[in-house]
Write a protein of this length. Structure first.
Length: 241
């Protein structure tokens, strides 16, 4: 099973999208992130009220990620959800812009995300002598493999594991709530339906059937959007042509 299919199944499961947005950080993460940042140089919508629109405009007018950080987020996003035969990658779906917005809309994300990106650069410099973006694709995947599998990660990778978990949650949420992600899941939502009675095989199993009068009066596709009305004697009133 590929990564996108696995994430899609998680989205459809009992925890649903709420799981992916439960990306709070521990106090230890916050302190470690602040320390990492201190020691490094940081390389209108449907249904929105006027107040919400103004709030969003303020956030969109601001910028959180540096150019390098934004490029790192893009690479990580496409590692987490690459393009396949069904749809494009996370960056194609606008996930980077979504994560940028979330950094400003929910400030507690900022310190652990920036600290995590710096931590990732430091690990790459230690292992390969280059920052994350300068590493080869193979080197990047070797680093990601150290933090993408919590049960297999070494104890000294714990901070990186938590960082990557948060990134994976944000990327998954951004992708599967985008137009592309919704199409990828083939999500139909609530759609008008037509009920044409109990299935014939079920009726036959119980030795039952609809009489002609019932079929003519109650099962009419052309009137599926018309609310039924009855007269004082309990007779169904059909709408006049």
């Amino acid at each position: 099973m590929d990564r996108k299919e696995y994430i899609k199944l998680m989205m459809a499961g009992s925890l649903g999208a709420g799981l992916f947005m439960a990306t709070g950080c521990t106090e230890e993460d916050r302190q470690l992130s602040e320390q990492i940042i201190a020691n490094n140089s940081p390389g209108d919508g449907y249904g929105r009220t006027e107040e919400e629109k103004k709030h969003d405009q303020r956030l969109h007018a601001d910028t959180f990620f540096t150019t390098e950080e934004k490029e790192m987020v893009a690479v990580l996003s496409d590692i987490i959800i690459p393009a396949d035969e069904i749809s494009g990658s996370a960056t194609d779906a606008g996930v980077v812009e979504f994560i940028e917005f979330m950094m400003k809309d929910y400030p507690p994300f900022q310190v652990p995300t920036r600290g995590g990106l710096m931590w990732l650069n430091n690990l790459c410099r230690k292992d390969y002598g280059s920052d994350f973006l300068s590493c080869s694709s193979q080197q990047r995947m070797e680093v990601i493999d150290k933090i993408a599998w919590p049960n297999d990660a070494a104890p000294d990778m714990e901070y990186g594991v938590r960082f990557f978990n948060r990134m994976r949650n944000l990327v998954s949420t951004g992708f599967f709530t985008s137009e592309m992600g919704i199409k990828d899941m083939d999500y139909r939502g609530n759609r008008a339906n037509f009920w044409d009675g109990v299935p014939d095989d079920v009726l036959a199993k119980h030795g039952l059937s609809y009489d002609k009068k019932t079929l003519e009066e109650t099962i009419r596709f052309e009137e599926r959007g018309v609310m039924a009305e009855w007269d004082e004697d309990g007779n169904l009133i059909r709408p006049r042509a």
